[in-house]
Design a protein around this ligand. Structure first.
Ligand code: NAD
Length: 419
């Protein structure tokens, strides 16, 4: 008998599902559970945009600040047709745990506009970004809330936000991170999330005896996170990236893909499945490929009970994307003995280097690329080690241990501030 289909779990539900487990682990007071489960502030705006043909379209946008006890709120802005209140709230919540786990002085926020940016011209995209910024500017600021790129937004979008905000407040580079270098962006920011994933994998590899060199990696998504990760695993870690995918499908080559060639191919906006040197596969087939490391780096909710949690054939799942694993799938993987390195540890490199970018902007001083990478490695490795040790001590999963550490830090800040 096949299992009855269930409605997919919302981003908020995924983000909250592990909360009680971790809160119980640290005996968190009930009033703090209530504070930390709810967002501090939610802003929803309607964003009218004049399209190139003269008519006006209205898009819905969100900026949700989940918690700011440890510092200004921090989190990306995504442009996606499915960006809604629930998704943005879930992602904002994860940002609180991510910044706390990395022990950087930020809280958590996220923004989103419900739009398919592929249907917009560059000028329409700029007008949308400027109007959205005007509508949420009141809750932004270098000591209040600092956006960054996320799915379908990039350094150019951040430059428009910086310009729009600075037009009113005076030059304020620290109001966004992930900016172009020439506007105060940080060296190493663009690759930081992929680089952080690689550093975490390297630590895990050493601790659990799955040497990265020569190991087989499958990556879903070949954008910022997946693309840089593939490149770094290939060039710096000597791993064999055997399959990658994008929204249109995937490509597999058991001997290892030619990653520099594939990146150049993808940079020409060509689907990875049309790369000459491998076998094209569907997005569903990607999950079945036997490998050592399976790294989802696309969207949330892609590893589910119904789709693939029972058929995935890897030694470790590393969450490059945010919320790729539903809680039910997470339990199935746990039952099957497949460890999961959770998103807010694995993909925290981006926000960590965003912190360095913000600090550089406030100092008006640029760090070298080497300095950025060295600090990133130290910060993410320290977080990894803390999680690994607590997981061992409490016989908990990495996800529960990471949650417990993050919750403890945020709760402590709340208590010290008198809440
Ligand atoms: P991106 O837009 O640069 O790339 C996304 C990739 O996923 C693209 O290759 C796209 O084709 C592919 N994709 C989309 N839908 C897919 C599908 N159904 N099947 C297979 N592939 C699909 O986005 P990104 O910045 O790389 O972000 C990816 C994930 O990582 C998101 O969950 C994001 O929240 C998370 N994340 C990103 C950063 C960052 O710094 N960019 C930091 C932390 C977390």
């Amino acid at each position: 008998m096949t299992a009855p289909a269930r409605a997919p779990m919302s981003g908020k539900a995924i983000a909250h599902s592990q909360f009680d487990r971790a809160a119980n682990l640290i005996n968190l007071e009930s009033y703090l559970r209530r504070i930390l489960l709810a967002p501090f502030r939610e802003v929803q705006v309607e964003v009218p945009v004049r399209m190139d043909d003269g008519h006006i379209e209205v898009f819905t946008g969100y900026r949700i600040q989940h918690n700011g006890a440890r510092g200004p709120c921090k989190g990306g802005i995504r442009y996606h047709p499915e960006a809604d209140h629930d998704e943005v709230l879930g992602l904002a919540t994860i940002m609180t745990w991510k910044t706390a786990l990395m022990d950087i002085p930020f809280g958590g926020a996220k923004g989103g506009v419900q739009v398919d940016p592929k249907l917009l011209s560059q000028l329409e995209l700029e007008r949308l970004t400027r109007r959205f910024t005007q509508r949420i500017a009141i809750v932004l600021g270098p000591y209040r809330d600092i956006p960054a790129p996320d799915v379908n937004t990039n350094a150019q979008v951040m430059a428009w936000i910086l310009d729009e905000y600075s037009n009113r407040q005076g030059y304020t580079p620290a109001v966004v991170t992930g900016k172009p270098l020439s506007l105060g962006g940080s060296l190493g920011r663009e690759e930081a999330t992929g680089r952080g994933v690689m550093y975490v994998m390297a630590e895990y590899a050493r601790d659990f005896g799955i040497p990265l060199k020569g190991s087989r990696v499958v990556i879903q998504g070949f954008g910022n996170v997946g693309g840089h990760l593939a490149r770094l695993l290939d060039t710096e870690a000597g791993a064999k990236v055997i399959a990658v995918s994008d929204v249109n499908g995937g490509i597999v080559n058991e001997s290892g893909l030619d990653i520099p060639g594939l990146l150049a191919h993808a940079a020409q906006k060509q689907p990875v499945s049309e790369w000459k040197d491998g076998r094209a596969i569907t997005n569903d087939e990607l999950w079945e490929i036997p490998c050592d490391w399976l790294v989802p780096c696309a969207l949330g909710g892609v590893i589910t009970r119904e789709r693939n949690a029972r058929s995935i054939d890897c030694k470790v799942v590393v969450e490059g994307a945010n919320e790729p694993t539903t809680p039910t799938a997470d339990s199935i993987l746990e039952e099957r003995g497949i460890p999961v390195i959770p998103d807010f540890l694995a993909n925290a490199g981006g926000v960590t280097v965003s912190y360095y970018e913000w600090a550089q902007n406030l100092q008006q001083y640029r760090w070298t690329h080497e300095q950025v990478n060295k600090e990133l490695k130290a910060t993410i490795t320290k977080a990894y080690t803390t999680v690994r040790d607590l997981a061992k001590q409490k016989a908990a999963t990495f996800r529960t241990a990471a949650y417990a550490i993050a919750l403890q830090r945020v709760a402590e800040a709340e208590r010290l501030r008198g809440n």
